[in-house]
Design a protein around this ligand. Sequence first.
Ligand SMILES: NC(=O)c1ccc[n+]([C@@H]2O[C@H](COP(=O)([O-])OP(=O)(O)OC[C@H]3O[C@@H](n4cnc5c(N)ncnc54)[C@H](OP(=O)(O)O)[C@@H]3O)[C@@H](O)[C@H]2O)c1
Ligand SMILES: *[C@@H]1O[C@H](CO)[C@@H](O)[C@H](O)[C@H]1NC(C)=O
Length: 313
Amino acid sequence: MSDELANPNTWQYVCYSLPVIIPLSVFMFNKCCSNKYNTLKSKVVLITGASSGLGETLAHEFYSHGCALILTGRNPTELERVKSDLLSRNDVKNVNKPCTLVLDLIDQSTIEVVSQKVLGVFGRVDILINNAGISYRGRADATTAEVDYKVMLVNYFGQVALTKALLPSMIHHKSGHIVAISSVQGKIAVPFRSAYTASKHALQAFFDTLRAEISHHKVKVTVVSPGYIQTNLSLNALTGSGSKYGIMDESTMAGYSAEYVAQQIVEAVVDDEQEVIIAPLYARLAIGLRYIWPRLYFWIMKYRANRYTSQKM
Ligand SMILES: NC(=O)c1ccc[n+]([C@@H]2O[C@H](COP(=O)([O-])OP(=O)(O)OC[C@H]3O[C@@H](n4cnc5c(N)ncnc54)[C@H](OP(=O)(O)O)[C@@H]3O)[C@@H](O)[C@H]2O)c1
Ligand SMILES: *[C@@H]1O[C@H](CO)[C@@H](O)[C@H](O)[C@H]1NC(C)=O
């Protein structure tokens, strides 16, 4: 008799708790079993400038999600180092061995040939990360035309040529994702960075145009605009005369870690973001200010330029 009473009671409790149990188990199942990064598994990812800094860190990030990597840069020794670092990671199981290819983006005539080699490796490129870049420090009026061309060749024409060389294959496969690593300086111009900021503005404009033109082919475009990142970018920057700047800027050193930025970029790719700004609040405000109140923005930039000039930048 007491058992007969207990049974319906137990069932009642179970019924009442179902509205809690069902969503909770769905939530737990989602957390454990459906990882959005699983879509990256065995995707072929080409990274330019993979020999150091953000490109190298991006290689580790994509590799850890099971991607098949093609790493490019000018320096074969550094590319091999990155490759062996990846292969020696025992926290990651990835059956796809990374491949390295030398590609100098200044040498426009080789881009087409290298692209054919790239397509030969895994038969396609799913994600192209246009990351290679070179920075610049100097006064516009004291900068040689050669430096202006060089920065533009690496940061703009090189990316554009590589993208155009790989695009037909993406269109043919009706899938693909092109990522352009621009900069906050692709959105706002700051003094003593004329060639760099111009190249990044150009990059933004080109890829905004391309995004619209190729969307019906199911090829996606993400433009990434980071603030300062802790890399050797300023050490490798060119001066107005074309020599190496060779100084680690304080702003660069105080920037985001390359790991943080790389994680944000991979997430933006997985989430199909069309554009992402990875920068602190002051940089975001400056971007807004440039459009909402240009007079104030220009005043601040003049102030900044004069302050630097008095310090003999
Ligand atoms: N660090 C920052 O504060 C910051 C902020 C915003 C945006 N970014 C952007 O992030 C990207 C990566 O830069 P990073 O900060 O990682 O600097 P980095 O450590 O100097 O890396 C630059 C990469 O570009 C490659 N590269 C340079 N010239 C090249 C050329 N002619 N052809 C092919 N590859 C070339 C270099 O490889 P090789 O020497 O082997 O060629 C290197 O791997 C750049 O596009 C940069 O503009 C950086
Ligand atoms: C910067 O360059 C030095 C010397 O070439 C190298 O040891 C270091 O790993 C580089 N840093 C990054 C973040 O690429």
